[in-house]
Design a protein around this ligand. Structure first.
Ligand SMILES: [Zn+2]
Length: 365
């Protein structure tokens, strides 16, 4: 939630977010700000929309003229301006009653008790976060698509953003009728934002890892991906604990391209051994024995891991230090997984509000 401070000393309301505007704002030149944001450059002026709740829990939309000051630390609401633009229906006064820890703002027929911020001591209320306008474009159905393209896009969302070209090349693999192979590929904004990378124009070093035919279990690439932002367990208590996920161990079978990810709290040897055990147990259910691993050094070079590999009649070889490209299959899988996670987070961030307001919104959830 984004904070808005009630500033009774301000004659205008101010915003620091361009996405608040509901219409194209007019540009300002040589406009001087007084009060909290004095000396900061103002850019433009227009109608903003701030959505909050009143004391009865009703959602209120405040549409008010505000000045855009990009470097302002917080949005400011002028109560005088609120009274002028949204006057009460039955009396001619709006009011702001200031207490020691709370203030009460009354305007139109709304009443809102506002708690003072613990640090600044200023009356501060919170509005719904604004989704960036570039992402907002993805939150509505694209009107320029034909019904088949819209259906393809919905399936693409539902299946977790797989490659659109793969979907039209082999539509039946994705549960779509064969006629989808003739559909012109629509663009998914979440994929455009989440999967963009630098392009390599030197393709000379591309070559297959191995030309000989192999079968599942013959070779498995392993690697670990680490994330500095800890994640929660699916079955956790719902709040932050010291037991959070920061590492994923990736296993990719060369022949079948099957990928398994084991979530861990750290890269320590015991947890990595547990990951190996979990992967091999899963493969065992398909009747597949693992014969060879390909790894970077790190946790996989620990004595306990190498011993376990030998005990299981398996072999392992390592990339030279610093030469991650020698473990290219696992490294590419990590890139695919991180891009996919980023895309799905962007997709969710741009759509969660419309999903809540319209629970029956298409088959995209
Ligand atoms: Zn996509």
């Amino acid at each position: 939630m984004d904070p808005v401070v009630i500033d009774s000393g301000a004659s205008h309301s101010y915003t620091n977010c361009n996405d608040d505007f509901i219409e194209e704002p007019t540009l300002l030149q040589n406009f001087n700000i007084t009060g909290i944001g004095a000396h900061l450059p103002a850019k433009s002026k227009g109608k903003v929309r701030w959505i909050t709740t009143d004391d009865h829990g009703n959602t209120i939309t405040i549409v008010i003229t505000a000045i855009y000051v990009p470097r302002l630390p917080v949005r400011l609401l002028s109560p005088q301006q609120l009274h002028l633009e949204l006057p009460p229906k039955d009396s001619n006064t709006s009011s702001l009653s200031i207490g020691s820890t709370t203030s009460v703002l009354k305007w139109l027929n709304h009443s809102k008790t506002i708690v003072h911020d613990r640090n600044s001591k200023l009356p501060t209320f919170y509005i719904e976060p604004i989704v960036s306008s570039s992402l907002l474009a993805t939150s509505t159905k694209q009107s320029n698509l034909d019904p088949h393209q819209q259906q393809l896009l919905d399936a693409h969302y539902r299946l977790g953003h797989p490659s659109m070209h793969l979907m039209i090349n082999k539509p039946t693999q994705f549960g779509l009728p064969q006629r989808f192979s003739r559909v012109r590929v629509p663009i998914c904004e979440s994929c455009q934002l989440g999967k963009q990378t630098r392009t390599c124009n030197n393709k000379t070093h591309q070559r297959p890892i191995r030309g000989n035919p192999i079968s599942p279990g013959d070779e498995v690439s392993i690697d670990q991906m680490e994330c500095s932002l800890p994640g929660r367990y699916f079955n956790g208590p719902g709040h932050a604990t010291s037991h959070s996920i920061t590492v994923g161990t990736i296993f990719q079978d060369h022949a079948s391209r099957f990928v398994y990810t084991h979530l861990q709290q750290s890269t320590n040897a015991q947890e990595t051994l547990n990951a190996k055990f979990a992967f091999e147990s899963l493969m065992h259910t398909y009747g597949i024995q693992i014969r060879h691993y390909r790894a970077d050094a790190g946790a996989f070079a620990s004595v306990s891991f190498v011993d376990k590999v030998k005990q299981s009649n398996q072999t392992i070889n390592f990339s030279a230090p610093g030469y991650h490209q020698q473990n290219g299959i696992a490294e590419r899988t990590i890139r695919t997984l991180t891009a996919k996670a980023r895309t799905m987070l962007l997709h969710a961030a741009s759509r969660w509000s419309s999903e809540i307001i319209q629970p029956n919104y298409g088959p995209t959830h």
